[in-house]
Design a protein around this ligand. Structure first.
Ligand SMILES: NC(=O)c1ccc[n+]([C@@H]2O[C@H](COP(=O)([O-])OP(=O)(O)OC[C@H]3O[C@@H](n4cnc5c(N)ncnc54)[C@H](O)[C@@H]3O)[C@@H](O)[C@H]2O)c1
Length: 332
């Protein structure tokens, strides 16, 4: 059985849908700090199954021990965490507390329960301003926000833990820019408040919830002057997780760090155009000043995940836009 922490969030819910479809047993835990219980109903609707869910905070050790004694868990994917780059600048202690302490607590409980496989959600934010492109896993790490630094600390903890313990199988996955939604349109990303990420923001413009997209700078040295990022379809990203779990299960012991991206840059304007096409009309935007700390271009060298796992992202930017819109169009 696979435990997904943060299982009702954006990525956790897509992973739940995929692994249930593949016939795995799953239990989800989530404290609902950035998700809604309605996602559980949607997952049941999508999979036709009752899904085991426990509402707890991963930092609550006693509650997590109870989960491990109640369910026959063999593998864990640790999605739970706080992910807003901007919020982390305002609330650094909350970010370090949630991201670092939830991992430490989880590892203690897993160790006690003798469950030794974990996939950890890390981020391209760990790299900061890239020295060269595409970015390999070995690139310099220079995160510029408490969020990125909290994930860097988590990676270090996992590395130290792996060095000290026998038989642990650990994959650290550094995500670039997850976007898109399940092709059913039943689950997707529902941000609380103002979205931090481009795609949900564009979706809100398409729903007339926001008047226009703010494009932060159009004078970068990129294809059309707007910032370039490595958007990756959420289903491709989740494929990377299931392949990582399968690979780990064949290893006696492992510690691997892998980039998950398409390995291709797409500009903000190109994403906006893909979305306009999906919606069927031009979406409004205004160019405003660059934001501090934004890089011109960020995209992955994802060849290591390809070599090790036989994984490669295949879905296009158009598919990300179409799938996102299918979800948002129906959203109440
Ligand atoms: N989505 C992205 O753009 C992105 C990019 C890079 C890395 N990540 C990382 O991937 C992970 C999942 O991201 P997401 O987009 O699904 O985020 P999300 O906010 O949608 O999902 C995270 C879930 O974890 C829950 N949660 C948070 N803290 C918890 C705690 N202490 N105990 C129990 N539940 C808790 C939240 O309620 C939420 O449902 C995060 O760790 C995030 O930092 C995300």
């Amino acid at each position: 059985m696979i435990l997904l922490t943060g299982g009702l969030g954006y990525l956790g819910s897509h992973m739940a849908a995929q692994i249930i479809e593949q016939g795995h047993e799953v239990v989800l835990v989530d404290n609902l700090s950035n998700s809604k219980i309605a996602v559980l109903d949607r997952l049941s609707q999508l999979t036709g199954r009752d899904i085991s869910f426990v509402k707890i905070d991963v930092r609550d050790k006693a509650a997590m021990q109870e989960v491990f004694s109640q369910y026959p868990i063999t593998q864990v994917v640790h999605f739970a965490g706080s992910k807003s780059v901007n919020e982390s600048i305002q609330q650094p202690l909350d970010y370090y507390d949630n991201n670092v302490n939830s991992l430490i607590s989880l590892l203690h409980v897993m160790k006690e329960a003798q469950v030794k496989t974990i996939v950890f959600s890390s981020t391209a934010a760990i790299y900061g301003e890239p020295e060269s492109l595409p970015i390999p896993e070995s690139a310099r790490q220079a995160p510029i926000t408490p969020y990125g630094r909290s994930k860097q600390i988590c990676e270090q903890i996992l590395q130290d833990f792996s060095n000290a313990e026998q038989g642990w199988k650990i994959a650290v996955l550094r995500y670039f820019n997850p976007a898109g939604a399940h092709s059913s349109g039943i689950i997707g990303e529902v941000p609380n408040g103002i979205p931090n990420n481009l795609v949900p923001y564009i979706a809100q413009v398409a729903r007339d919830e926001r008047p226009f997209l703010q494009v932060f700078g159009n004078d970068y040295n990129t294809i059309d002057g707007t910032g370039v990022r490595d958007f990756i379809h959420v289903q491709d990203l989740i494929d990377g997780h299931t392949k990582a779990l399968a690979w780990l299960s064949t290893q006696p012991q492992a510690f691997e760090v892998l980039n998950l991206g398409r390995g291709e840059g797409v500009s903000v304007k190109q994403m906006l155009d893909a979305f306009s096409k999906a919606v069927g009309h031009e979406l409004p935007y205004k160019v405003v000043a660059r934001r501090d700390g934004d890089s011109a271009s960020v995209y992955a060298d994802a060849s290591r995940a390809n070599c090790l796992l036989g994984w490669q992202a295949t879905r296009t930017v158009d598919e990300m836009a179409i799938d996102t819109w299918r979800f948002y169009e129906k959203l109440a």
